[in-house]
Design a protein around this ligand. Sequence first.
Ligand SMILES: [Fe+2]
Ligand SMILES: [Fe+2]
Length: 155
Amino acid sequence: MFRLKESEERAFKSLSESIISHPDYQSMKKLRAHGRLTVFDHSISVARCALAMNRRLKLKADEQQLITGALLHDFYLYDWHDARIDVPLFKMHGYTHPFTACRNASERFELTGMEKNIIESHMWPLTLRTLPHSREAWIVCLCDKIIATEELFKR
Ligand SMILES: [Fe+2]
Ligand SMILES: [Fe+2]
């Protein structure tokens, strides 16, 4: 939907490099998201969408916090496909994974309050009381839904 220009590709690389290179981030290449896509692919797509949306619509978001939050929004690090349909993990994944992701991310990276809120609120309105508190969090919340919808049709 939003494509990055060459200068934006360079900006994306420098904003995302330190997180993407972390071995635990790389481990998301083994976790399936939707269909053939991995959680790694999905997270990168959401972060790229967030950068492009911010630039196209001139939303003036803080790009470092925007990209950090977007990259880590699904950093829950487990395969929810392993869970059986009748056990709590499967049922609760949608509600709980933003908080698991935030905890995992905080253990490995120095996060700002805004970055934590971006991660925890990205499933809103499912997580009713955890609202996006910044334009950065709204962008990620929206991009996650746009990218998830795109991925559904690519399956
Ligand atoms: Fe998510
Ligand atoms: Fe997501």
